[in-house]
Ligand binder design. Structure first.
Ligand code: R5P
Length: 285
């Protein structure tokens, strides 16, 4: 039985189809005082052996829905409750940035652990975030699938990551594409929206470039990269990421920077979510 959070309905349906499992009829309501109620009354008598709650925690509401659906799944008598976090919110807050700060990723991991037997999460910012869960938790790598929507005719392509930490994702996309150079920028973050990028030494003049990262949040990182590549004479610049959060004006920033196309997965459901991670999750379920 696949049970979806409201922000993950497309992926949950794909996953149910891939596994041949039923998709629960979930109702998402809100009380007059603002409190949420996510429930699936029709499942109560279904007596499922296993329930997989699929919910990207893209907002505080999505976190709450997930906790409610996990709790309901226990009530239905499932032998196993699996929590699938296609996108794990707060994963980037994986340390206390100043004295007195919380480790927010640990806080949410503990809360999620209380209602599940195991956790799968797709390309968390650092795999080590899985250690914060009190139940077995496994990162699932979907980066290779980002090569699928790229044109087959890339000219002498260069696959770049905006920092060294995302180099493995760029390598996965290059390997899945079947060839090309790989390199990375040096990145210094000055604030939530201000980043400074130092170009790699790769010669991009006249070549197609694919910039790949785990997430596009404000788009500051990626739009900065696209601008630099345009100045250095790159031909087409494609942007790919696992989690296309695209907060606020991120899409506009990238368009104004001159990006050729943006491709993301359905861990965060957006118009650019061309790639489904359902097949890689199905393998782990
Ligand atoms: C940071 O290390 C991540 O890999 C991303 O590069 C970053 O979170 C992207 O954020 P933004 O889109 O706000 O620049």
């Amino acid at each position: 039985m696949i049970v979806s959070g409201s922000a993950s309905q497309v992926l949950a349906a794909e996953l149910a189809a891939a596994l041949g499992e039923p998709l629960a009829d979930v109702e998402y309501d809100r009380f007059p005082d603002g409190e949420l109620l996510a429930a699936a009354p029709g499942v109560a008598d279904a007596d499922p052996d296993r329930v997989a709650v699929v919910a990207s925690t893209v907002s505080s509401d999505a976190h709450l829905e997930l906790l409610q659906l996990q709790d309901a799944a226990r009530e239905w008598g499932a032998d196993e409750v699996v929590t699938v976090l296609p996108y794990m919110g707060y994963a980037r807050q994986d340390e206390a940035f100043e004295a007195g700060h919380p480790v927010s990723a640990r806080a949410v991991a503990r809360a999620v652990s209380a209602g599940t037997d195991r956790v799968l999460t797709v390309n968390p910012h650092e795999d080590a975030v899985c250690d914060f869960f009190d139940v077995p938790a496994e990162p699932v790598d979907a980066a290779g699938r980002l090569a699928d929507p790229l044109p087959a005719d890339l000219a002498d392509p260069v696959f770049l990551s905006p920092d060294e930490g995302a180099l493995d994702i760029a390598e996965s996309v290059r390997d899945a594409y079947g060839g090309g150079a790989v390199d990375y920028f040096e990145k210094t973050r000055h604030s939530g929206t201000a980043v400074e990028l130092t170009p790699s030494d790769a010669d991009v003049s006249g070549r197609d470039v694919v910039v790949t990262d785990d997430i596009i949040a404000t788009g500051s990182t990626m739009s900065g990269a696209v601008e630099i590549l345009a100045e250095r004479g790159a031909a087409r610049v494609f942007v790919t990421c696992v989690h296309p959060m695209l907060a606020a004006d991120a899409f506009t920033k990238l368009s104004r920077a001159g990006v050729e196309a943006i491709y993301g997965t359905d861990t965060v459901e957006r118009p650019v979510s061309e790639v489904s991670v359902a097949p890689v999750l199905a393998e782990k379920l």
